[in-house]
Design a protein around this ligand. Structure first.
Ligand SMILES: Cc1cc2nc3c(=O)[nH]c(=O)nc-3n(C[C@H](O)[C@H](O)[C@H](O)COP(=O)(O)OP(=O)(O)OC[C@H]3O[C@@H](n4cnc5c(N)ncnc54)[C@H](O)[C@@H]3O)c2cc1C
Length: 166
């Protein structure tokens, strides 16, 4: 799904991948043919990646370690990474930060049946205990309704789930 953060995505380091198509054929696909975009790719549905080859840039081990630690500290300080969360909930609209809208419509910290918008970073949903998928979805839909009503913006789920297109 072309994961990325802090200015680098999978597509920036991948050389090629080997994928199994539904017909049972192995394909070696160069990165240019995968058609990566923000959190997705353009290969046909049903292809299964079985291996990938990445090219990394050589660097000073201490500098790399320091860089990784800096990023991890920043994450821990700004995102609820130690809570039960699946990461960002909605995509940022062009030129805007989605957490600001969730905050402004008053949903920071809002809980529905154990599903909560994080107090630390309110574009993250947390399962505080025994929240069901339905509770998480209900909370997310509440944010979509409120942001649409107050700002005319339709929030898009970060991950497009099966059967969902918005
Ligand atoms: C706290 C937190 C912070 C996060 N921050 C970021 C971030 O900054 N940037 C970002 O990009 N993401 C972020 N994420 C999301 C993260 O990148 C994804 O959750 C993760 O990459 C999904 O991979 P997985 O193997 O864990 O999930 P899975 O659920 O196993 O897979 C995810 C999808 O890929 C498909 N899939 C899995 N394996 C294969 C395969 N071999 N071939 C084809 N399809 C396959 C699955 O069917 C599913 O649709 C964050 C998540 C968390 C929990």
């Amino acid at each position: 799904m072309n994961a990325g953060a802090y200015g680098c995505e999978v597509k920036d380091r991948l050389l090629h991948a080997i994928a199994l198509s539904p017909e049972g054929i192995l394909h070696t696909v160069p990165v240019a043919d995968i058609g990566y975009y923000y959190r997705g790719h353009s290969l046909p549905p049903g292809w299964i990646f079985v291996s990938a080859t990445f090219a990394l840039e050589p660097g000073d081990p201490h500098a790399i370690t320091n860089h990784m630690e800096t990023i991890m500290e920043k994450r821990t300080a700004t995102q609820p990474v130690r809570s039960r969360t699946a990461g960002s909930t909605f995509r940022n609209p062009p030129g805007a930060k989605v957490w600001e809208f969730i905050d402004k419509v008053g949903l920071r910290g809002k809980i529905i049946d154990g599903a909560q918008f994080s107090e630390l970073h309110c574009n993250f949903m947390i399962n505080t205990g025994a929240a069901t998928a339905a509770a998480l979805e209900q909370l997310g839909e509440l944010a979509r309704e409120k942001v649409l009503a107050e700002y005319g913006i339709t929030l898009q789920w970060e991950v497009v789930r099966l059967g969902r297109t918005t």
